[in-house]
Design a protein around this ligand. Sequence first.
Ligand code: DAH
Length: 353
Amino acid sequence: MSTLDEIERLKEQIQEKIGHAPTLDVLDKERVDLLGRKGALTALLRGLGNLDPEERAVIGKAANEIRAAAEALLEERKGELSAQALDQKLAAGRLDVTLPGRVTPLGAQHLISRIRDEIIDVFAGIGYSVAEGPEVELEFFNFTALNHSIQHPARSASDTFYLHDLSGDTHAGSEPSEVVLRTHTSPVQVRTMQHEEPPIYILAPGKVYRRDAADPTHLPQFTQMEGLVVDRDITFADLRGTLDYFVKEMFGKDRKTRFRPHFFPFTEPSAEVDVSCGICDGSGCRFCGNAGWIEILGCGMVDPEVFKHSGIDPNVYTGFAFGMGVDRIAALRYDIPDIRILIDGDMRFLRQF
Ligand code: DAH
């Protein structure tokens, strides 16, 4: 092949390989192969020395033109490929700032827990602290120490969940002791008095269990709040003043309380407390069953028998106790007609609070 033919072929190769290099990497490789120190064009120029002067001038000129054209083509292709690479990078990293943000659903406190904490806040403000006891409780603390006779109907297996028969075991002398799911928070009174010296001012919130079928006003598991005060010279007047204060803090300054005589085994005297109906203000309406009042809790002066089981000297100390249903208070606050909805877990209902 003549040298001119070789130059012609090289020209075509440059057009093809540099002009159509698919990527910047391939382009660089072609540059080395064609124009580099060991490349085709350099080899050709090296051979010029063997040619006669006339031919050398013609071929040399042609070769230099090729080099200049190749370098221009190289720059052009490089520019094209760089622009393409930048476009690709921009497209890949594109952000659509008009897309709506992603919403992460936030959890919140359950209504029952919130009301529980509100009640605690009211009493914490007048010096009460929180005490706790087990939900799986000895029959002794749940009934016996709270002065329930052996025949008391609440002890029956149709009212109370019995877990474990420990009969044979004895507690407090001769009483056979079984394990129950506590039916109220009152056993925390006894546990606290056994471990603490008066003055005692405590609240005991927690879950309780009863063998009740769920209906609009009952649940087999619900939440109670117990209160206990033991100190010198505590009277029924202290109990009335305390609960009156609580009702006004919880339901509003215009609400009144009414104490009705009642019976509880562990308090003497005992009372049930009603709050004036917030809908009719005491005149009677459908919400309060035309009574004008709504029952919210039980209370009374701690029975000396309970003090004896708890290691407190009834000749030195007196005290009062009260117990309320937190679910019931929540239902009253928000006019909820059926408390089963509180534990259904229906978010459409719960989100309202
Ligand atoms: N333990 C009672 C119940 O579950 C409520 C109660 C009544 C608690 C009177 C008390 C009280 O502390 O003095 O029905």
